[in-house]
Design a protein around this ligand. Structure first.
Ligand SMILES: Nc1ncnc2c1ncn2[C@@H]1O[C@H](COP(=O)(O)OP(=O)(O)O)[C@@H](O)[C@H]1O
Ligand SMILES: O=C(CO)[C@@H](O)[C@H](O)COP(=O)(O)O
Length: 493
């Protein structure tokens, strides 16, 4: 038996779990908030991970740790290891035009073939093109491009700019993993290597993978892509209390959705629907997906396989926004929604509050439809918010099914999945058996799985506890009326 730690550095917060490798039981947890916004200075993530580790009781007796993180964030480092500018996050849509340019130049089908995805504003590659077009001075300073989890792992090992990293700014020590690399738009799940031509097409400068021989001066450095169970180093003893005299191994880390799949022990036939800051629908697969429509992104997973995924920009915050509008707690919001009828008496919310990623409508806004004097009630607004948010994910589920991923079970996770109204409405929308895992931080748990795997070379098979299994009770009216309203919005966006 040993203790391992998993970190989830996600959009809104950093979460830590400490797990007993023998039983899979979570023995300690911690968390710390992140700043709001779609552009964040990575130092805030660093402060949050130290605070969350402290909140979890430190790393005493912990033998290994891994960091999972929000995907796609563009972390730019100069030659001294300093962050060039605040990171643009996955939910920042300013690079939507740059995405359109890349697709026009290279072709959607060709891009899907080369990097598994059709670039949208979320992907790192589009942010690099935006940087080239809008901040050429910053682009010229770029010596390395990393993702949030890569940069945190680099810092935890003791690297960083003068005064921050005791081991100095060694960019050759940057490491990532297949799953997060596959979200950049310049790494190929098919070949398992960077597509450096796509990187150069975006930033206008060549790059190389860290540690590659024949270091040509001036090339931008990209993190080395580690193997799923590879220990990539150890935590520096001076940075985190409890580490001092011990060697705490560090796993490669992962993108948050791939880590969630590890944390759930998701297998073929499982489809995960995660309702956090982002809405995601993903499966585990033996081969990379290639969808020229862009609805499904063909990512890699964190175990050596693949993770076809559909992602929405508007998820849990649809509920928190409407709940705030109604002046309710989440529990009161649930009561209101449950009191309304399926279909919300014709009220539909197309929840594109921040534009939308899937479908790719970055300039869209949210809209209520079907309002009448009789239907405009708090109950119908609450239920319509849940129905609209889940209908977008149901479209993603259909697309994942279209990749050939058989759907035997839908696992509903993420902060909003704990809401009883979300669970009830999901059973009326998703036409598949539904299981609600026990409340937990499954992204951080997946990072702990990876840490245990890196510690002793064996991937743990920790049990998955199910808290509920809502009975399927599909009400077709919900998606029918949503589809009509959504088409109206899409045609005007
Ligand atoms: N009971 C609840 N009902 C609805 N939404 C909830 C509930 N509990 C938490 N949330 C929402 O879940 C979100 C956080 O979920 P989480 O999966 O931790 O997000 P992420 O990992 O994407 O940052 C927040 O937006 C929060 O408002
Ligand atoms: O963009 C994606 C996946 O492509 C998102 O899943 C981000 O990785 C953010 O995740 P959360 O903060 O919502 O967990």
């Amino acid at each position: 038996m040993a203790l391992v730690a998993g970190v989830d550095s996600s959009t809104q917060s950093c979460k830590v779990v400490v797990v007993d490798t023998g039983t899979g039981r979570t023995v300690r947890t911690g968390s710390a908030p992140h700043p709001v916004g779609t552009e964040v200075d990575p130092s805030a993530w660093w402060d949050a991970v130290l605070a969350a580790l402290h909140d979890a009781g430190g790393l005493a007796e912990v033998a290994a740790l891994a960091v999972a993180g929000q995907q796609h964030g563009m972390v730019l480092l100069d030659s001294s290891g300093e962050v060039v500018r605040p990171a643009l996050l996955w939910n920042d849509t300013r690079s939507a035009a740059a995405a359109g340019d890349l697709v026009a130049e290279l072709g959607a089908a060709e891009l899907a073939r080369r990097c598994g995805s059709v670039p949208v504003a979320s992907l790192t590659i589009t942010k690099l093109r935006w940087l080239r077009n809008n901040e050429p001075e910053n682009a010229a300073r770029v010596a390395a491009v990393a993702l949030p989890h890569d940069w945190l792992s680099w810092r935890l090992r003791g690297y960083g700019p003068a005064g921050q990293g005791p081991l100095g700014p060694d960019l050759e020590q940057l490491v990532t993993d297949r799953s997060d690399a596959s979200g950049t738009g310049y790494w190929s799940p098919g070949s398992g290597s960077y597509d450096l031509g796509l990187f150069e097409a975006a930033l206008g400068r060549p790059a190389r993978e860290a540690g590659t021989p024949g270091r040509t001066p001036g090339l931008a450095v990209l993190p080395r892509v580690a193997c799923p169970s590879e220990p990539v180093g150890t935590l520096h003893p001076d940075l985190v209390p409890g580490v001092a005299a011990r060697q705490v191994k560090l796993g490669a880390g992962a993108g948050d959705n791939a880590a969630a799949a590890l944390g759930l022990g998701a297998d073929k036939g499982d489809v995960v629907v995660s309702i956090g800051t982002s809405g995601t629908v993903f499966a585990v697969a033996d081969a990379p997906a290639c969808d020229p429509s862009g609805t499904v992104a063909g990512f890699a997973d964190a175990s050596g396989g693949f993770l076809p995924i559909a992602v929405t920009l508007n998820a849990a915050r649809v509920i928190s926004s409407v709940s705030e509008l109604l002046g309710t707690t989440f529990a009161e919001f649930a009561e209101l929604a449950i009191a309304a009828q399926p279909g919300s008496a014709g009220v539909v919310l197309v929840p594109y509050f921040e534009g939308e990623r899937t479908p790719n409508l970055p300039d869209a806004t949210a809209s209520f439809h079907g309002l009448s004097i009789a239907s405009t009630t708090r109950e119908n607004f609450a239920r319509a918010a849940i129905e609209g948010m889940l209908c977008g994910l149901a479209d993603g589920l259909d697309a994942i099914a279209g990749t050939g991923a058989g759907i035997q079970r839908v696992l509903l996770i993420g902060g909003a999945a704990q809401n009883p109204a979300v669970q009830a409405v999901a059973a009326q929308i998703f036409n598949a058996p539904l299981a609600i895992p026990a409340p937990g931080e499954y992204v951080a748990r997946g990072a702990a799985v990876q840490a245990a795997w890196a510690l002793d070379g064996t991937r743990p098979a920790w049990p998955l506890e199910t808290a509920a299994a809502p009975v399927r009770d599909v009400r077709a009216v919900i998606r029918e009326q949503y589809r009509a309203a959504q088409r109206q919005v899409a045609s005007h966006s």
